[in-house]
Structure formats: structure tokens, C-alpha cells
Design a protein around this ligand. Structure first.
Ligand SMILES: Cc1cc2nc3c(=O)[nH]c(=O)nc-3n(C[C@H](O)[C@H](O)[C@H](O)COP(=O)(O)OP(=O)(O)OC[C@H]3O[C@@H](n4cnc5c(N)ncnc54)[C@H](O)[C@@H]3O)c2cc1C
Length: 359
């Protein structure tokens, strides 16, 4: 492979774009991204990057999430992304019961020992939390993780695309049975970063993927500008509450039975607004600016996967990033780019074999 190796990436979400970033960093110059874009999860997402307090037992997922959170500051510095794309203002997680908060605090302190990216942990009373978030009136205490961050998917992709200076073709593409793109000259390598749409993408190859779509909705309020250091709030029993470039985001829903449907569901929106109002009673319905809807990709074991496509040495694939794909995405991208250069790289610490998900 040389810098002129013709590479196509299908999918321009977080996986596609950050894979292009790492391939460019490794010296590959001839990259074309094809992105249809409708329902893309990355642009719809809340964008919370704070995986360290999760109780998920999946060790591979945790390694990816930890690595992803650590990589963001490097990408942001290299590509000179602005605070509209990425902010590291910390995250606050609350618990209703004192003993649960103590448990969470102990977990955080334990993980901090081996995870410098968490930076610092603080116990906060409800009134201290309310002081840090204008308008918020919660009654539970919580903990603050200083390394927690937030990305705006749309701004992040826009700014990273400008830095990468890659060719993005905004159209849906289909594969030929031998793994090329219909209507395009042959590529030397293909990366399928098609999120929830992976199963459809590989149908022409005679393959099936156990990836299913999940609908997610969140609401965006227009408010007067929040202080630039406002943290993300993850209140127990309510939706997450985040500062945004326009005001405040509240979300997100998880709807399993809706397939690829992208229509706004008023019942869900009402539910989100009730939660928003409980967290910040000053938010008025007239401030609701828009509703974002996107489609997440889930595997049967809720784990992301990536690697070489069985039977196709020139095709690589990543999907199943679920509800934490903005966090794991850059880690998957970095490892995919490394695998590209060294197909024998051992990635079993991060993913089960692709054959567990694709047949
Ligand atoms: C409402 C919501 C809130 C979320 N909040 C968070 C959060 O707070 N933190 C977090 O870490 N994660 C969050 N996520 C999850 C995260 O957004 C996803 O896991 C991640 O963005 C998936 O990235 P991806 O690149 O795999 O897929 P996507 O971002 O979906 O990108 C796939 C792209 O491929 C394109 N495509 C597919 N097939 C083709 C084709 N044949 N030709 C051309 N283009 C094609 C699609 O149009 C799409 O643009 C959230 C998701 C949603 C929906």
C-alpha cells in the first residue's frame, strides 16, 4: 500500500470521518467518503463523552470507550477544532439515595487511579450543582468528573471535514457482488462505516449482519447563551441535560420498535419536555427550537464490532456502536487504521470477531 492507495469510506458519521483522519495521519492521501446522511446518528446525538462511571460489564466496550474519550483532546488539538465542536466542561451524575452516591463516588475514585483522562472527581450537593447550571433546580446530590466532555456531532464533522480536505460525495452507494462500488472505478480498499445500515450495505455480497436500528429523539431549547464552562448533567431518573451551541439539549429517547422511522413522535417530545421542565422549571415551551431524530445501530450483545470482512480482504467494517458511539467511535477508527496497515494486528482486546455478527 502507498499514499496513493485508492480508499473508499462508505458512511460519513463519526466512524467514517475519524477513520479518514487516522488514515490521513498515517500518510494515505487518496480517500473518498460516500455519505447519504439521512437519519445519521452522529448528527442527531447528544454527544456526551463520559464513559468511566458506567456499570457495563463488557470489558472490550470499556477499553474502547476509555480510549475514545482519551483520543478526543488529541484530535481536537491536531485538527484545531473549536469549542463549537468539542467542549471539556465536565459531567455531573446524580443519585437519589446517599448510599448509591457513595458507591458511585468510590467507583469513580477507583477508576481515577488508572484513568488520568477523568482528571478530577468532586462530590457536589444539589445546591452546588444548581449553581453550576443556570436555571437548574434539582434536589439530588451528585459527583462531578472534570474530564467529561461533549461534542456537537454536526459541528465536529463539519470542522473535521474542513481540516481533512477529503472528497465527500453526498449520495447513497451500492456494492457489487465482488465488493466494489457500482458506477465507480475500482477501489483498493473499502471501509463500511454505515452504522445502522450495515445489513443493507452487505446484502449484495450475499452476507447478513445482526445489526438492528433503534430510533432516538432529543429536544433542543433556544436560551440566552450559557456560561462557556457549563457542564453536562446526567440526573438519575431523568433525561440528560446538556448545554448546546443554541441553548440546552434534553434527551435522548430509545425506541426499539420503530425501525428506521424518522418522524417526530409528539408523545416522546412531551415526555422529554416534562423531564426538561423538572430539571429547569424556567424553560418555556415557546423556547423549544427543534427536535433531532437519529438511528442507532445495535448488535444482539449490545457491543460494537469492527475488523476485516470475512471473505473480502480489501473490505473493513465497523458497526453496532449503540448509544455510546460518539465515545467509542474514534477508538474504533484508530484501530481500524492500524489494522489497515497491519492486518495481523490483534484487536481481540477490543472486539469479538466480525464473524460473530456477519454471516
Ligand atoms: C439521539 C441520539 C443520542 C445519542 N447520544 C450519544 C451520546 O451522548 N454519547 C455517545 O457516545 N453516543 C451517543 N449516541 C450514539 C452515537 O451517535 C452513535 O453510536 C454513533 O454516532 C454511530 O456512528 P457511526 O459512524 O457508526 O454511524 P452514523 O453516524 O449513523 O453514520 C453512518 C452514515 O452512513 C451513511 N450510509 C449508510 N449506508 C450508506 C450507503 N449505502 N451509501 C452512503 N452512505 C451510507 C448514513 O447515511 C450515515 O450518514 C446517540 C445517538 C442518538 C441517535
Amino acid at each position: 500500500m502507498t499514499r496513493d492507495t485508492r480508499i473508499a469510506i462508505i458512511g460519513g458519521g463519526i466512524v467514517g470521518l475519524t477513520t479518514a483522519y487516522y488514515l490521513k495521519q498515517a500518510g494515505f492521501e487518496n480517500i473518498t467518503i460516500f455519505d447519504e446522511g439521512t437519519g445519521q446518528a452522529t448528527k442527531a446525538a447528544a454527544g456526551i463523552i463520559s464513559p468511566w462511571l458506567s456499570k457495563r460489564r463488557n470489558k472490550r466496550w470499556y477499553e474502547l470507550a476509555k480510549l475514545g474519550a482519551k483520543l478526543y483532546p488529541e484530535i481536537v488539538a491536531t485538527a484545531q477544532l473549536t469549542s463549537a465542536a468539542y467542549r471539556q466542561n465536565g459531567t455531573i451524575v446524580t443519585r437519589r439515595e446517599a448510599n448509591k452516591l457513595t458507591e458511585l463516588y468510590e467507583l469513580a475514585m477507583e477508576r481515577l487511579k488508572t484513568t488520568p483522562a477523568m482528571q478530577q472527581i468532586e462530590l457536589l450537593s444539589a445546591s452546588e450543582i444548581n449553581k453550576r447550571l443556570p436555571g437548574v433546580r434539582i434536589t439530588d446530590d451528585g459527583i462531578f468528573v472534570a474530564g467529561g466532555a461533549q461534542i456537537d456531532g454536526t459541528a465536529f464533522l463539519y470542522e473535521l471535514t474542513a481540516f481533512l480536505d477529503v472528497n465527500i460525495v453526498h449520495q447513497q452507494v451500492k456494492l457489487t457482488p465482488d465488493g466494489q462500488i457500482i458506477g465507480e472505478a475500482n477501489f483498493d480498499r473499502l471501509i463500511l462505516a454505515t452504522g445502522a445500515w450495515l445489513a443493507q450495505t452487505i446484502t449484495p455480497l450475499g452476507l447478513t449482519a445482526t445489526v438492528r436500528p433503534q430510533k432516538g429523539q432529543l429536544i433542543n431549547y433556544q436560551t440566552s447563551p450559557l456560561p462557556h464552562d457549563t457542564p453536562v448533567l446526567m440526573p438519575e431518573g431523568e433525561y440528560d441535560y446538556l448545554p448546546s451551541n443554541q441553548g440546552v439539549i434534553v434527551g435522548a429517547s430509545h425506541e426499539d420498535a420503530q425501525g428506521f422511522d424518522l418522524t417526530i413522535d409528539q408523545t416522546i417530545v412531551n415526555d422529554l419536555m416534562v423531564s426538561a421542565h423538572k430539571i429547569n422549571p424556567a424553560l418555556g415551551n415557546e423556547q423549544l427550537a427543534n427536535v433531532r431524530v437519529g438511528t442507532r445501530a445495535y448488535t444482539p450483545d449490545f457491543a460494537p464490532f469492527f475488523g476485516q470482512l470475512p471473505g473480502y480482504a480489501h473490505i473493513y467494517v465497523a458497526s453496532g456502536l449503540g448509544s455510546s458511539g460518539l465515545t467509542t467511535g474514534p477508538a474504533i477508527a484508530k484501530l481500524l487504521a492500524e489494522l489497515f496497515i497491519n492486518p495481523n494486528l490483534n484487536i481481540s482486546e477490543y472486539t469479538k470477531p466480525v464473524t460473530d455478527y456477519i454471516h
